[in-house]
Design a protein around this ligand. Structure first.
Ligand SMILES: *Cc1c(COP(=O)(O)O)cnc(C)c1O
Length: 472
């Protein structure tokens, strides 16, 4: 059932797709040769650590015209989040203190930064200098314990508001905590989602709290503890042998059969995207409070772990609207799962998957174990994103240990991929990028934000197991 048509993001039907992309076997073979002629595509397809710079990135005032969303869309999302705050504070005791606003701290990590710069030979002689390194702790976001609390919860709230307006039980000017009286009403509806784990946690926990019947379709990569936690909240968990794409396809098909079921579409949802984008508004406030300027003389570098691309894409969109050309955004992917790198570098977006290139798509970074990028994210990132790098699984665990030792912070392996951004920038290609952007002399005044995307819900034994694991 479609309750409200997404703004620009309907997936193509098969007929439309073949109409638009008719292709002979000959053309197909030709196309693969062309992709593999792009050095970063060849490297990434060989599961090597790769750093790709986006040749199509443009100055923001030109890029803005091509985006699917405006600043007003992002502000509208923020207003909706605020309207729901009294309701969330009433539902979740952990949100009482923040009056229902789900946000995360921004904190300096000098010891971790020093330790990493030392490894990567950041001397300041060639290319860029060290700058100040902060961590954005979405790993500690309330309710869902990951970045998915932003997009996932926002989408459930948007759907809830639409339903409640339509049923005449809520007006925009009401105190939204009255929705607590309508569990019975919401129990007549189902919310479903396909997930590698964290999106399921965010959608499942929030849907169940409102009163919906919640069904999460989990891929083989999803960790057992995430399934157990969801079941303990009354969420129905369906397990699949295959990967994320399969869980999504099944979930969508099952949901479409039911009149009263809504499917959260991670790959095409403009709502998820806007929920993530709103993060930028609060980050601006946090940087102001810390007295950290961001402008062309004080560049901001942000490193974001990427799965399907919704979370890092939405956050990048928001950041570029707020900081324009002063912010430089990079995505991080596991070497076996560089779906966004391959999709964007080959110029094909969601039309190709990592499996097409012979990669397994398997990784210890379960939040990033996605074989095919979101077309919505890839399309909007085309004129905006600065680059994408890949990281080996073994390094994710090393950085996880090091962060615990140096700063006492623990996050999940997926989130640790963000640290690779400092290494990418410190390397040859990163230095060349900085020179081309006129940044070397400004880099001592630069701020780097490592976006910690998840981890606080990890059970003690899972956390210990990761910390004890050493991969080659
Ligand atoms: C989902 C997730 C991401 C990436 O988000 P996408 O929208 O899939 O790109 C990054 N880190 C963690 C921990 C996640 O759960």
């Amino acid at each position: 059932m479609v309750w409200d048509t997404p703004i620009h993001t309907e997936p193509l039907t098969e007929a439309e797709a073949s109409d638009r992309f008719p292709e002979s076997v000959y053309q197909l073979a030709n196309r693969w040769d062309r992709y593999l002629a792009i050095p970063e595509v060849e490297e990434a397809a060989a599961a090597k650590e790769t750093f790709w710079l986006n040749p199509e990135r443009r100055p923001f005032d030109q890029a803005e015209k091509e985006l699917s969303f405006t600043m007003e869309d992002i502000l509208d999302a923020q207003r909706r989040i605020r309207r729901f705050a009294p309701f969330l504070a009433a539902c979740f005791p952990e949100l009482e203190e923040s009056a229902g606003i789900i946000e995360s701290p921004l904190q300096d990590i000098p010891a971790m930064a020093d330790s990493l710069w030392k490894d990567w030979g950041m001397t300041g002689q060639d290319g860029i200098q060290k700058g100040r390194v902060l961590i954005k702790l979405d790993s500690e976001l309330a309710v869902a314990g990951s970045v998915k609390a932003r997009g996932g919860i926002y989408e459930v709230l948007k759907v809830t508001e639409d339903l409640a307006f339509r049923a005449g039980i809520l007006k925009e000017t009401d105190d939204y905590s009255r929705l607590k009286e309508y569990r019975e009403f919401f129990s007549g509806y189902t919310i479903q989602v396909g997930s590698t784990g964290n999106l399921g946690l965010s959608i499942g926990i929030m849907s169940a709290a409102i009163g919906y019947r919640a069904v999460v379709h989990m891929s083989a990569d999803a960790r057992q503890w995430k399934k157990d936690l969801l079941r303990s909240k009354g969420v129905i968990v369906k397990e699949y042998e295959g990967d994320y794409g399969e869980a999504v396809a099944e979930g969508r098909a099952l949901s479409d059969k039911e009149e009263t079921s809504y499917f959260v579409d991670d790959e095409h949802s403009s709502r998820l995207f806007l929920g993530y984008a709103a993060a930028a508004l609060y980050l601006r406030k946090q940087l102001e409070e810390k007295g950290i300027p961001v402008d062309c003389d004080h560049p901001l570098f942000v490193y974001l772990p990427c799965g399907v691309g919704g979370a890092p894409g939405g956050i990048t969109l928001g950041l570029k609207y707020v900081f324009r050309d002063a912010v430089h955004c990079f995505f991080a992917e596991p070497v076996q799962c560089p779906c966004m790198l391959l999709g964007m570098a080959a110029g094909e977006g969601e039309r190709i998957s990592v499996q097409d290139f012979g990669l397994t798509g398997r990784t210890i970074a379960d939040g990033l174990a996605v074989g095919r990028p979101s077309g919505l994210a890839a399309g909007n990132m085309k004129p905006l994103l600065d680059g994408i790098y890949t990281v080996k699984d073994s390094l994710l665990l090393d950085w996880m240990r090091r962060l615990k030792e140096t700063e006492g912070i623990v996050m999940e392996p997926s989130a640790c991929a963000a640290f690779g951004g400092l290494r990418a920038l410190a390397g040859k290609k990163g230095s060349a990028y900085c020179r081309e952007q006129g940044l070397p002399e400004k880099s001592a005044c630069a701020t780097h934000i490592v976006w910690a995307t998840g981890g606080s819900l990890m059970p003690e034994d899972v956390r210990e197991e990761y910390l004890q694991t050493h991969l080659q």
